[in-house]
Design a protein around this ligand. Structure first.
Ligand SMILES: Cc1ncc(COP(=O)(O)O)c(C=O)c1O
Length: 402
């Protein structure tokens, strides 16, 4: 991988921020976009724009083709079939869709975990109103999931939902094993892959999950486009989340015959521009190769954790599990994470701070009032890590509690 060449594909990476070269370490929140995606959106509006699927004129056919092509690219990217790919706004909408579409009844159980983002927690907690019981799988002090839980699921567990990679601790969970164990006990499985699919090769057939949720904007695509994978054999038990245009075969005032998936779950005018942009982002990722991306990010992460050993007055909360992704969560002792983020921003370094939409994990389990987080992507460099560590060292020496 020629990182300098890759970086030239991302115009924003050469910007100055607060008088310094931008160091963008907030990739877990959203990734930057390459020119092929930015210019592709312009191309879309100048050459393709029309409402897809409905109209039959030339442009509408082109828009439909662009939309269908994007679905095929997403399917191939995760080794799924095109009809298993539902376009949604983001991972949050994908998970909410399942929470509405799944035929839960009173007394059913759903298991989620202590390391979830709010978007894989709140849709399930809300089901308590329907009499569904929610179980929260515990995590160890090394941020590993309690895998024994999955060997003996509580009776009536209908759905096991779990993040593939934590956005706080970086833990990468063995979702293949969780799926196997859950299926043996008759439960379906949802994998929140928002933090894994952008960074590693993801094969849904190999993992075997029934639902997979992820967001385009964390993998070079525009905002407002995300994916819900639904395994094809289970769609007939699901009811649509939204109803409206282009999700029915036939309708009268007394009878509705619904379309099949994926159209069944895509009522209303679709985000064709977003899907087109996601397709271009996938082409770009494929050109570099997901194996190369994963390998390089592992190298960068190892380098970051190696250099972090030099830091004093810095507590690190990530990277303790056996396998972890390119996430570095920390605090300067005695300094609020927002202050750390503010001070780094003055040097042009963008990180995230606060609860990371995982308040139960950060506040209740880790007993913190927030954490700072640096998160890497394949366009980051060791030199950027050096600058980050040096600046963090300065902050920790000046403000850190000894
Ligand atoms: C693990 C995880 N799941 C879900 C989400 C939600 O993604 P979005 O806000 O794009 O819906 C995030 C976002 O950071 C995340 O880190």
């Amino acid at each position: 991988m020629d990182i300098e060449e890759i970086r030239r594909d991302f115009p924003i990476l050469s910007k100055k921020v607060n008088g310094n070269n931008l160091i963008y370490f907030d990739n877990a929140a959203t990734s930057q976009k390459p020119s092929v995606v930015i210019e592709g959106i312009k191309y879309f509006y100048e050459n393709i724009n029309a409402n897809p699927i409905r109209s039959i004129h030339y442009l509408a056919e082109k828009a439909t083709e662009a939309y269908n092509d994007a679905r095929e690219k997403v399917a191939a990217f995760i080794n799924a079939e095109p009809e298993e790919i539902v376009f949604v706004r983001n991972a949050t909408e994908a998970i909410n869709l399942v929470s509405f579409a799944f035929p839960f009844k009173e007394g059913d159980r759903v298991s989620t975990t202590y390391m979830e983002h709010h978007s894989n927690l709140l849709p399930w907690l809300r089901l308590k109103e329907k009499g569904v019981n929610i179980d929260i799988v515990s995590i160890s002090d090394d941020y590993e999931l309690n895998m024994d839980y999955y060997k003996q699921l509580p009776k009536n567990t209908r759905l096991v939902t779990v993040t593939h990679a934590s956005n706080v601790t970086g833990t990468v969970n063995d979702v293949k094993e969780i799926t196997k164990l859950s299926h043996e006990q008759g439960s379906l499985v949802l994998v929140d892959a928002a933090q894994s699919i952008p960074h590693m090769k993801f094969d849904v057939k190999d993992i075997g999950a029934d639902f997979v949720a992820f967001s385009g904007h964390k993998m070079l695509a525009p905002f407002g486009i995300g994916v819900l994978y639904i395994k094809k054999d289970i769609t007939e038990n699901l009811t649509p989340f939204l109803t409206g245009g282009e999700m029915i075969k036939d309708v009268s005032l007394s009878r509705i015959i619904y379309e099949n998936a994926p159209n069944l779950f895509e009522a209303g005018t679709q985000n064709v521009e977003g899907a087109y942009g996601l397709g271009l982002a996938i082409d770009y990722l494929n050109k570099i190769g997901m194996e190369n991306i994963e390998k390089y990010e592992n190298e960068l992460t190892t380098y970051l954790y190696g250099r972090a050993k030099e830091l004093n007055n810095v507590e690190i909360y990530s990277g303790k599990s056996k396998i972890f992704s390119s996430i570095f969560s920390f605090n300067v002792s005695g300094l609020h994470s927002h202050d750390t983020a503010y001070l780094l921003d003055k040097k042009g370094i963008a990180i995230r701070s606060g609860f990371h939409c995982a308040q139960p994990l950060i506040e209740d389990r880790l007993k913190l009032d927030g954490a700072a987080r640096a998160s890497l992507y394949f366009y980051n460099t060791k030199e950027e890590i050096d600058t980050f560590i040096n600046e963090l060292n300065n902050i920790a020496s000046k403000y850190g509690r000894r």
